[in-house]
Design a protein around this ligand. Structure first.
Ligand code: ZN
Length: 426
């Protein structure tokens, strides 16, 4: 830095301090204590409608149906303390997520008042078959109840947007603008003006998403909230957040950087780079498992210091989805440990067709179930660890080589729970 730049910088900082920090400090105590926010829920919804209409004007938009709608229902059902639909009991509620079919970059956003939009392109990226070097948009995984890993990817995207809503980011942003307005004491209707200011700032920036993205912190918070939302649904994994970031980066590379001008997650908006966000998910998985589940920079999974599938099925380079299965499993093991259920007595095998409608009889799902108060059946499914491609209950000699490998893989996951018990006994 040149010396002469310093006084200029100092005065700029002083002006910024007077304009923003001091008024905010002066004004905040004047906020009515009973009201959590300056804007009412109704006002928030009105601004959301305005913003939403502007965002989708001329676009081909429809309400989410089928698998995408089911994902939203599931996230709400299992996170009902933070998320809900209009039920006459709550003042603040989510609208049905809208799907924008207009060709665009993969993205999703949350307008104020619980109005979320996911672009069809984002759904494509989240559900496509992943190959090592490219995203195949024309070959997509199903989104039925048995296709829970593809659903988990879309859930990771939606959960981030619902995180903005649950964290009240727009309301907080309006509060901040409001604080400034009140300090200058020259505005008759500061609440409206504050919301207008927040809204205008977003529109003027040429990107509606800016409204809800005033800071890196709000983004990091939405990511953190989304991991809890995912973990609360048995078949969704925190690890899927890693998968969606990887897929997005792959998509950007596949466009040769051409899409970077409107690659909204990382370029225009102040989101952290995908690498940073991926590392935060890995750190979170490690934290909730009390350090027992770790993923390295290549997403190699270690449980209790033991490398899982270091040379096996999941780590096969030619298995396109091996990395995604590994991070899914990592998130689910961590979630199981968080609930103190990572023990052999809680593991249970189900035929995929018994696990979910549309499932196959020749695939086996490993679940963690809580049998409390139940003497038969599989109990309440708490977490799904994975689907393994062999028919449960079939003699080994009748299995193909691939099926035997899948069974061995399942056994290896199961054995992880025994390792810990053996160590505790020793
Ligand atoms: Zn965001």
């Amino acid at each position: 830095m040149k010396r002469t730049a310093f006084p200029k910088l100092l005065s700029a900082a002083l002006v910024a301090l007077l304009l923003f920090v001091v008024p905010a400090v002066l004004a905040l105590p004047t906020a009515p204590a009973a009201e959590a926010h300056m804007l009412s829920c109704k006002q928030e919804r009105a601004y959301g409608a305005k913003l939403y209409n502007k965002a989708v004007k001329g676009h081909d938009v429809h309400e989410a149906t089928g698998g995408v709608a089911a994902i939203q229902d599931r996230l709400i059902e299992k996170n009902s303390d933070c998320l809900n639909y209009e039920d006459k009991k709550h003042k603040r509620y989510l609208a049905r997520t809208m799907v924008d079919e207009t060709p665009a970059s993969p993205n999703a956003f949350m307008a104020p008042g619980g109005r979320s939009v996911i672009y069809a392109k984002e759904i494509d990226i989240d559900r496509t078959y992943d190959r090592a070097t490219r995203i195949e948009n024309d070959a997509r995984r199903g989104l039925g109840p048995a296709d829970y890993s593809a659903r988990s990817n879309i859930a990771a995207t939606l959960a981030h947007e619902y995180g903005h809503y649950a964290n009240e980011d727009f309301l907080k942003s309006a509060d901040r603008h409001m604080a400034i307005a009140v300090a200058f004491a020259c505005i008759p209707s500061p609440a409206t003006l504050a919301a207008d200011a927040a809204l205008t700032a977003g529109l003027a920036a040429g990107n509606l998403l800016t409204v809800r993205q005033e800071s890196f912190n709000a983004e990091a918070d939405a990511d953190a909230t989304s991991l809890d939302f995912l973990d609360n649904v048995p078949e969704y994994s925190m690890g899927s957040a890693i998968t969606t970031f990887h897929r997005y980066e792959k998509y950007l590379r596949s466009t040769g950087g051409k899409d970077s001008s409107d690659g909204v997650r990382n370029f225009i908006n102040p989101h952290s780079k995908s690498d940073t966000r991926i590392q935060r998910v890995r750190d979170h998985i490690k934290d909730v498992s009390l350090g027992r589940v770790t993923l390295d920079a290549d997403d190699r999974l270690t449980v209790d210091g033991q490398l899982v599938f270091g040379t096996g099925y999941l780590a096969d380079a030619d298995r396109a989805d091996s990395r995604e299965r590994t991070v899914y499993l990592a998130g689910q093991i961590a979630g199981t440990m968080k609930r103190h259920l990572f023990r052999p007595g809680y593991l249970c095998l189900m035929r995929e067709c018994d696990f979910a409608p549309g499932g196959s009889a020749s695939r086996t799902v490993l679940v963690v179930a809580d049998h409390e108060g139940k003497t038969e059946g599989h109990g309440t499914i708490m977490k799904v660890l994975g689907t393994f491609d062999y028919p449960k209950g079939t003699a080994d000699r009748l299995l193909t080589a691939a099926q035997r490998k899948a069974k061995a893989e399942l056994q290896a996951v199961w054995d992880l729970t025994r390792t810990l018990r053996a160590r505790m006994k020793a």
